[in-house]
Design a binder for this molecule. Structure first.
Ligand code: ATP
Ligand code: MG
Length: 419
């Protein structure tokens, strides 16, 4: 992509209400644009990153045998009355009437809709087990939308729902989904912990949360330095929390540390909560049994912010390779408008693209200083600088964004490095 044809417009300032580094950087990099409280547009650069998160999630869901669907965002209130959640869910549920006075909600989650589909389509044990998933916009009228897309009112979620004949196969599906989540969060290059959780208004029994470790996290976690033991201590009073660091882990392996976490995923064993209220059952062994369900969420848009919380420095974002909008920012320094520099840039752009790198060629008509600081801000893993000075020496400067280390490479070395 050539910057002159792209929407490469960074901002000097971030809004004064932006408290979180990721929020400030996403605004300054022009990844997102606020529209109203907790409601954001995703601009080309941000959307590219969002799509990379989606791609990883889709690949792992598909290879886990989950089937992708797309359910409506607008849901009839009647369906929510059947499960009792119309009352139970609370003020986060935003409703409205259509022209014929029928009531609807903007979907904050999709248990009701998927269970309604299942009661119409799943008629025999032969239809089981089955897992549906979607990547869809959710709306929750959060009391305090803040931190940009981290806690928004409109946000993107991957939600999946499993259906099984009995509890033991529901638990098998739950474990399979947990393994898929581990693969997803590893590929996203996040430092995270899996934490036993309280199931809240979604209902059901066992549930676990995936938390990205970050000082800005809204939850407080205690975890072992030697095993995968972790628990949420957000509700414990401060004095007791202060006693935790250094305590032996309850599983006998290692000692405990306390850190803050950002919830990026949540998996639940729902049991028959929704199948009972919506009458989802099949006949097996001469009796009717309610299906056993699980549900599995990932905060797709929140992950972009969480990754930036974990990967940045004073100059800007440091995207991991899997999430970076481009692999390389190719910085063209052409004060004299020299043809040879232009030609070299075109040559590198075409040939490195052919080797499989995604490149943003900064051919904008602006100062080198702006190009350097913008490249640092948007955080692609590598920068290549082409200037007259470099061409005279017949070499290029390669900058590694993660530590800003620089080295001079010949053309041959550069191609070897990126192939
Ligand atoms: P939280 O405790 O952060 O409010 P939740 O437990 O209500 O989240 P779930 O119902 O478990 O959320 O939804 C699945 C995932 O969707 C969460 O793990 C989180 O990553 C994401 N998510 C939830 N609420 C928001 C929001 N307001 N903005 C962005 N992402 C969200
Ligand atoms: Mg949750």
């Amino acid at each position: 992509m050539k910057a002159s044809l792209y929407h490469y417009k960074t901002l000097r300032e971030s809004p004064s209400e932006a408290e979180l580094t990721s929020h400030k950087l996403m605004i300054r990099a022009n990844m997102i644009k606020p529209l109203a409280s907790g409601i954001y547009s995703w601009l080309p650069l941000g959307n590219k990153v969002l799509k990379k998160v989606e791609k990883i999630i889709r690949e792992e869901m598909d290879s886990n045998g989950c089937l992708e669907v797309l359910m409506p965002m607008v849901q009839p209130k009647d369906l929510w009355e059947e499960t009792g959640r119309s009352e139970e869910y609370g003020p986060e549920l935003l409703g409205f009437k259509d022209r014929s006075d029928r009531n609807f909600y903007l979907g904050p989650t999709h248990e009701e809709v998927i269970t309604d589909i299942a009661r119409k389509d799943i008629t025999s044990p032969k239809d089981l087990p089955i897992i549906f998933y979607q990547i869809q916009t959710k709306f929750r009228d959060e009391i305090r939308p803040r931190f940009g897309v981290m806690r928004a009112r409109e946000f993107l979620m991957k939600d999946a729902y499993s259906f099984d004949l009995d509890e033991s196969s529901m638990k098998e599906n739950y474990e399979k989904m947990k393994s898929a989540y581990i693969k997803i969060f590893n590929r996203l290059d996040l430092d995270y912990r899996i934490v036993k959780a309280d199931s809240g208004s979604i209902g059901g029994n066992t549930s676990e949360e995936f938390h990205v470790l970050a000082n800005s996290g809204e939850d407080l976690l205690a975890f072992s330095n030697e095993s995968d033991f972790a628990c949420n201590v957000e509700l414990i009073d401060e004095e007791d929390v202060n006693k935790i660091p250094g305590m032996p882990s309850p599983d006998g392996k290692g000692t405990l540390s306390v850190k803050r976490g950002i919830e990026v995923g949540h998996i639940f064993q729902l049991g028959d909560k929704y199948s009972k209220s919506l009458n989802l059952k099949v006949q097996s062994n001469n009796s009717m049994s309610f299906l056993q369900m699980g549900c599995y969420g990932i905060g797709v848009s929140r992950i972009v912010a969480a990754s930036i919380e974990q990967n940045h420095d004073d100059n800007g974002i440091i995207f991991p390779k899997e999430l970076a909008p481009f692999d390389i920012t190719l910085i063209l320094i052409n004060k004299m408008k020299s043809n040879s520099v232009n030609q070299k840039a075109e040559f590198l752009y075409e040939n490195l693209s052919e080797l499989g790198s995604e490149i943003l060629l900064d051919d904008r008509d602006c100062s080198p200083g702006i190009k350097f600081s913008d490249a640092d801000l948007i955080g692609c893993p590598y920068q290549i600088v082409i200037s007259e000075k470099a061409l005279e020496k017949n070499c290029y400067e390669l900058v590694n964004r993660s530590d800003l280390s620089k080295k001079e490479l010949t053309e041959e070395e550069l191609f070897a490095f990126f192939s």
